[in-house]
Design a protein around this ligand. Structure first.
Ligand SMILES: Cc1ncc(COP(=O)(O)O)c(C=O)c1O
Length: 398
């Protein structure tokens, strides 16, 4: 039986040269509503790394008061966002390039709202040096490590060197004479809650173990975060930013009452790694189309291109998956290839012909935009609006 959604996409995109990136606006809008709903209307900062399209970031900010700003991922990207009238940017990751810090300080001196991320004295010293040249107080946000150490398990990621309130005290003591920085906030990214699926098909008992560890970790990191906030507030710092979380932890992060904004990115496109959570399921809004060009056997059809594998620990889950039509299987021995991707079509609901598209979903939300110049937005049956990705703007930040 033919699939209506497949045919909708196929018919609406006839004439678009493959491969192309397609965003279903209806589903994108649903995801926006669902994310706002999950956050209960509280402030959300958009993780630009998971979107990498200036037009979409801007439209989110312009159309929804809940989206209060952006978490950028590089200094040059931050400058690019500013050029495009996107303000209130928390640069989510520390930088050490003096020239870049200088460029950002220059913008701050001219009124831009940018906050640097730091987690050690070296980061802060570099900012202090450049900020002094402009006679400004550069806003900084301290990244607090939110990983949990359980017996035999490191549950989290390795990022910040500030492991808790003692490290924070030490850091604050060291910078008491830094006149050109201003501590504006703290951020803690609990990757083990926000970015780790706990409802993975076939994972069986492992899902229960992950959920158990998540529950324990949520409790523990809440105490750590609270201790850090209490300390800073007692010291007289007014924290404008108390940022945490990600798509997978909206509820638990906001359960910590002192959190005043949450960062969300992946949920907007909802790449396939975000299918695997027990508490929520967003819509598959973004996909890419590759063209069926060969039929090596009765049961196999081969497309041109398709091999866009995601970053992170290497595993099958970093591969893109066939989305539509339903019933396609990738071949274990080949996977998604650099120039060719074969599919087993024995169970496919569609009678695929050469020239037909196969729609794929990337494993991570933003990275796939580095492969395409445009996102074609399917507004309705007759309207496709095409916008540049960062790459389409000639930008390659990372
Ligand atoms: C610092 C930080 N905050 C938040 C997020 C959450 O982003 P997303 O919603 O795209 O998973 C990430 C993702 O890696 C991150 O690095």
């Amino acid at each position: 039986m033919s699939n209506p959604l497949y045919n909708r996409y196929k018919n609406a995109t006839l004439g678009l040269e493959m491969p192309f990136l397609l965003l279903d606006k209806l589903l994108f809008d649903k995801n926006i509503e669902a994310i706002i709903h999950r956050a209960k209307g509280r402030p959300i900062r958009i993780a630009s790394k998971s979107i990498r399209c200036n037009a979409l970031i801007k439209s989110l900010l312009d159309q929804h008061k809940e989206f209060i700003g952006v978490m950028s991922y590089s200094a040059l990207e931050t400058l690019f966002l500013l050029e495009n009238e996107i303000d209130n940017i928390l640069l989510g990751y520390p930088i050490t390039n003096k020239e870049h810090i200088k460029l950002l300080c220059n913008k701050i001196a001219r009124g831009a709202r940018i906050t640097f991320m730091v987690d050690c004295i070296e980061h802060i010293r570099l900012i202090q040096e450049q900020a002094k040249l402009y006679d400004i107080k550069a806003p900084i946000c301290i990244d607090i490590d939110m990983s949990s150490k359980f017996p035999f398990i490191y549950f989290g990621v390795y990022r910040s060197s500030v492991k808790g309130v003692d490290d924070l005290k030490h850091l604050i003591n060291q910078i008491s004479n830094f006149d050109n920085i201003s501590i504006e906030g703290i951020m803690g990214y609990e990757a083990q809650i926000a970015g780790l699926g706990d409802n993975i098909a076939g994972a069986g008992l492992m899902n229960s173990i992950i959920r158990f560890l998540k529950k324990k970790s949520i409790k523990e990191i809440a105490q750590r975060r609270k201790a850090c906030i209490d300390f800073l507030q007692a010291k007289g710092f007014e924290l404008k930013i108390i940022n945490g979380g990600g798509t997978g932890s909206i509820e638990s992060t906001f359960d910590e009452s002192y959190i005043n904004e949450i960062t969300v990115g992946s949920g907007f496109f909802s790449s396939h790694l975000f299918d695997n959570y027990k508490n929520f399921k967003h819509e598959s809004a973004l996909m890419y189309a590759i063209e069926c060009t060969r039929k090596p056997t009765d049961n196999i059809i081969t497309c041109t291109g398709g091999g866009y594998v995601a970053s992170g620990a290497v595993g099958l889950n970093k591969q893109a998956i066939p989305h539509l039509p339903q019933g396609l299987t990738l071949l274990k021995d080949e996977g998604t290839g650099e120039v060719q991707t074969p599919f087993d079509i024995s169970e496919c609901v569609e009678n695929l012909q050469l020239g037909d598209p196969i729609f794929m979903r990337h494993s991570k939300a933003g990275e796939v935009c580095e492969r395409f110049n445009k996102i074609h937005i399917l507004v309705d049956e007759k309207n496709i609006l095409s916008v540049n990705t960062y790459r389409g703007n000639g930008k390659c930040f990372m």
